[in-house]
Design a protein around this ligand. Structure first.
Ligand code: SF4
Length: 212
């Protein structure tokens, strides 16, 4: 993890981390950007979030937008029609059940429309500075298995296995380090093992083809 921390310096940050930095770690904007980021390129997520937050930056103001306007603002993120509906329902619920604030527990966050464990954990880490959560997306799942830290088939299993396999002090950083590494070096296909700072520690489990 120390080697990764050094190696990601200067690399492009993942979109939600960037938004978190730009928006003073506001839990609402982190929540919305993370919902938008699912199966969407980082640049598209960042641009769509920026357009949306220019029009509405709070649950109350976003709840007042018609779904069609949200659709127009977030297009072309993947599944923009579903996501626009989730955003609207999510903001309605934040206003009616949580007094217009993002709840600060994982258990409450996963009751919101469109919010699963990945999103909830990232909001806990970036928005509420939790040191008790690990956020697992496809990059974290893939690289943890390649490194042999875990042996799992699904991201939810990986999250639970990582709580057992890694030191607690690294939990809030695992997502940032492994997502940045996964976007730049340990890519899904043809990982750049020859350029990898941790190649001497990595058994490359399941890596069939790598970039020469
Ligand atoms: S050595 Fe290859 S498989 Fe292992 S972490 Fe580095 S890029 Fe990924």
């Amino acid at each position: 993890m120390r080697a990764l921390a050094q190696s990601i310096t200067g690399l492009e940050l993942p979109a939600v981390e960037k938004i978190s930095e730009e928006q003073a770690e506001d839990p609402f904007q982190i929540l919305i950007a993370t919902i938008l980021s699912a199966r969407t390129q980082d640049a598209t997520t960042h641009a769509a979030s920026t357009r949306l937050f220019k029009v509405a930056r709070t649950p109350r103001t976003m709840a007042k937008l018609p779904v069609t306007q949200i659709e127009r603002l977030i297009y072309p993120v993947s599944f923009y029609r579903y996501k626009a509906r989730y955003l609207k329902e999510c903001c309605d619920l934040l206003v009616s059940r949580f007094a217009g604030r993002v709840p600060s527990t994982l258990e409450e966050l996963v009751t919101l429309p469109g919010v699963g464990r990945k999103t909830a954990n990232l909001v806990m880490i970036l928005g509420f500075k939790s040191v008790r959560n690990i956020c697992v997306d496809t990059h974290v799942h893939r690289i943890s298995n390649r490194l042999g830290w875990v042996k799992t088939a699904l991201p939810d299993e990986t999250e639970q296995a990582l709580y057992r396999a890694t030191e607690r002090r690294w939990w809030p950083y695992l997502n940032l380090y492994l997502v940045t590494w996964g976007q730049n070096v340990c890519r899904p296909v043809y990982p750049r093992c020859g350029d990898c700072a941790i190649r001497d520690e990595c058994p490359r489990i399941g890596v069939a083809r790598r970039k020469s």
